[in-house]
Design a protein around this ligand. Structure first.
Ligand code: GP9
Ligand code: MN
Length: 725
């Protein structure tokens, strides 16, 4: 019997079937352990169970066409490993993004892959080895039982074709069952989860590839008449500014602070750290949030997709959404035409614009995309900051050092300026950093512990920066816009997080995950005294028109898809990039509708159904219009009166500091920079930071150590007591 089995296994087809079964079971195992596919009932379970078979037969079946037996076996193993890599990459990706890998994420750009790759090690777990055991088994079985007694017969082509035919038939059956459970599955693409649940990961990848190719065609086939629908939409959607504060900050500098991975639940949150001390996690942000000079928001949601940071930037600078897949920055950002904030402010009021970011400029293709947005300068790691192992984390210079090192460029910018600071310290995996552990927790989940620690650190960095702005004399004349870019804690961790934020993990559900997508949004206008905390529902798409109106820009002719949050005409419909919708009344997640205020399921009366359908139509239209603009590059067909299209060729960021120097030399007496108006006295020495890596602090620490006092650690420790109390 055993002998018989071994003989069967040694044949081409026997070994092939063995591999198919192995891969099938592995995939099914992964479905249950690595993804949450929302499988409901026995019928969906059945479909899930059978869905790996068809594509596994097809993919591994390719090896049956290889004539040479030796090469045939080997190509089978190679295909097996390749398909395993695809599955494994999806497992790791899903862990962080709760999503599947798309063709664009894989091949779209080196940046996206780098983005994916960087967190991979941190995301891997020892148990991940399980996903490779089968491959080792396959290779072992081949070496031990097959290779010496290989089936040397040429595998008949017609059997190879028969296998392909069988796989197609099986796929058709699979699709048929799927369509019974979910009609129009492929035509409407409800959700990526659905495609994987019903048809498997391989089919999803292929399907996604076809969609991507189609998208490339859309751009080529778009023409100026497509703008008509967009302008129609804007005609009905535009929200007029609130007269009470239109132009309140006119002429002021604008400083945007991109708060990496900050979520709204951090605001006003106090936790007890390991030392037993109870403290606010983000005391400085909290003080800004409650300041009477701040327009603060408690119900602003991030609307980013896979483009994460870059999607947030796209929305903030353009009031256009990122794409349903991948990053719009890396896919079209360098080519498309935009009417971005730096261009509008530059043309309207003569603003100088700059981005500060302590990471390499190529990440998210920023060094090309910013040209399309009309940024004058981009101070990045390559040109403007000195990075060492000690002073940087995975995505660049640590926040305290980043802000400090930025001061030398900021003071040189002709005013008014529009400056964006992109922080990095509070980025997944929120690494523990011995020198900067200012808030230590032990919840049993390192990611969550790390998150509070790095958020606290980022908050301290922010406080130092604001202090500098005051000391340098820039503060009063600057409008600050602070926003969280996207979640830092992924939904898979929310149940662990729940007790820390006063929620019951047992009652946690999809509604709560949706509510966790709130991000901080604060417009701080020093001296205004007109601030308040607004509970208006909005998203990142709404920030640009809101800020523009405060700055006194008439936005009515621009293509901005958001609505001024201070406008009486604001509709308060927030659509997520995945299609979920939140309003102050309803939270719509797929077919499930909740009352936003209570989290209870909404009883679907006729009235509710009608209202929800209306909201859904508006939300879908907003996303669709945005996608049309981006995919078709429609802004190339429409230039508002008086607006001069951006000339990308004017910009280059290889060495922004030198370029700035040249530009201000040319300005001569017309220079309005802080440095110039200060008669050439730098404000940089005014910058106070307790960063232990900061050279001055290191010198003090060394001196203290020389005097044999255990003071080396006291420098950061002092900062700690100040903020903890
Ligand atoms: C990269 C940084 C992080 O430079 O902005 O991007 P993210 O991973 O958050 O999208
Ligand atoms: Mn980010």
């Amino acid at each position: 019997m055993k002998q018989k089995l071994t003989e069967q296994l040694q044949t081409r087809f026997g070994f092939f079937l063995f591999a198919v079964v192995l891969f099938w079971l592995k995939t099914y195992f992964a479905y249950h352990t690595a993804f949450s596919l929302g499988v409901d009932g026995w019928f969906q379970q059945l479909i899930l169970f059978i869905n790996p078979i068809a594509t596994t037969l097809l993919i591994l079946g390719i090896s049956l066409f290889v004539k040479s037996p030796k090469k045939g076996y080997r190509s089978l193993i190679a295909l097996y490993v390749l398909n395993s890599i695809l599955l494994f990459a999806n497992i790791i990706y899903y862990r962080e993004f709760t999503d599947f890998l798309t063709i664009k994420t894989i091949f779209g750009s080196a940046n996206a892959t780098k983005n994916l790759g960087s967190g991979v090690i941190a995301m891997m777990q020892p148990l991940d080895l399980f996903y490779w055991i089968d491959a080792f088994v396959l290779i072992y079985v081949y070496k031990k039982f097959v290779s010496k007694n290989r089936d040397e017969r040429i595998f008949k082509k017609r059997w190879a074709f028969a296998t392909v035919a069988a796989s197609i038939a099986l796929f058709a059956a699979n699709l048929g069952l799927a369509e019974i459970s979910r009609p129009q599955l492929l035509t409407r693409t409800f959700d990526r989860n659905y495609i994987v649940k019903y048809l498997g990961i391989n089919v999803f990848t292929l399907y996604d590839g076809i969609k991507t190719a189609q998208a490339n065609q859309v751009r080529a086939s778009a023409d100026s008449s497509d703008m008509a629908a967009v302008l129609d939409y804007l005609g009905t959607h535009y929200a007029e500014p609130n007269e009470a504060n239109f132009g309140q900050a006119e002429g002021k500098n604008v400083v945007y602070i991109h708060l990496e991975s900050m979520q709204q639940f951090l605001i006003d949150l106090s936790l007890t750290d390991e030392t037993g001390m109870t403290a606010e996690v983000t005391p400085f942000l909290n003080s800004l949030y409650h300041s009477s000079d701040s327009y603060s928001y408690s119900n602003i949601f991030h609307q980013t997709g896979q483009g994460k940071t870059s999607d947030a930037e796209l929305m903030l600078d353009n009031s256009l959404f990122g794409l349903p897949q991948g990053s719009a920055f890396t896919q079209i950002g360098a080519d498309n035409t935009f009417q971005s904030a730096p261009a509008i402010l530059g043309e309207t009021f003569g603003y100088t614009s700059a981005v500060f970011h302590g990471n390499v400029g190529s990440f998210w293709d920023r060094d090309n995309v910013y040209k399309s947005f009309d940024y004058d300068y981009f101070f990045d790691a390559g040109s403007s900051y000195t990075l060492t192992d000690e002073n940087s984390v995975e995505y660049g210079l640590k926040d305290k050092l980043f802000f400090q090192e930025s001061a030398q460029y900021l003071e040189q910018l002709p005013q008014p300026f529009y400056a964006k600071f992109i922080t990095v310290s509070n980025h997944f995996p929120f690494p523990e950093d011995e020198m900067n552990n200012t808030f230590t927790l032990d919840t049993g989940d390192e990611t969550i512990d790390g998150y509070f620690n790095t958020a606290h650190y980022a908050d301290e960095a922010l406080a130092e920066f604001f202090q500098y702005m005051k000391d340098a004399g820039l503060y009063d004349n600057t409008l600050f816009v602070l926003y969280g870019d996207h979640f830092g804690i992924s939904s898979s961790r929310n149940e662990t997080l729940a007790p820390l934020i006063g929620a019951n993990p047992d009652l946690w559900g999809a509604y709560d995950d949706a509510m966790m997508q709130r991000v901080p949004f604060i417009i701080h206008n020093p001296g205004s005294g007109t601030g308040q905390i607004s509970d208006v529902y909005g998203g990142q798409i709404d920030i640009l028109p809101t800020v523009m109106h405060l700055l006194g820009v008439d936005t009515s002719a621009y293509v901005q898809l958001g609505q001024d949050l201070m406008s009486a005409q604001n509709e308060g419909i927030v659509v997520f990039r995945n299609g979920s919708i939140v309003t102050s009344e309803y939270t719509i997640l797929g077919n499930t509708v909740y009352h936003t205020q209570t989290g209870t399921l909404a009883y679907q009366t006729e009235e509710v159904v009608e209202k929800v359908a209306q909201i859904r139509a508006q939300a879908e239209l907003q996303l669709a219009i945005s996608d049309q603009i981006i995919n078709g590059d429609l802004l190339r067909f429409y230039t508002p009166d008086g607006f001069v299209p951006v000339d990308k060729s004017l910009h280059g960021y290889v060495d922004s500091p030198s370029r700035l120097e040249e530009d201000i030399a040319e300005l001569g007496d017309l220079n309005t920079s802080l440095y110039y108006t200060n008669h050439g006295v730098s404000t940089v020495p005014l910058y106070q930071t307790d960063a232990p890596e900061f050279p001055a602090n290191q010198a003090i620490a060394e001196e203290n150590a020389m005097q044999e006092q255990p003071a080396a650690e006291e420098v950061p420790a002092e900062g700690q007591t100040e903020t903890v109390e």
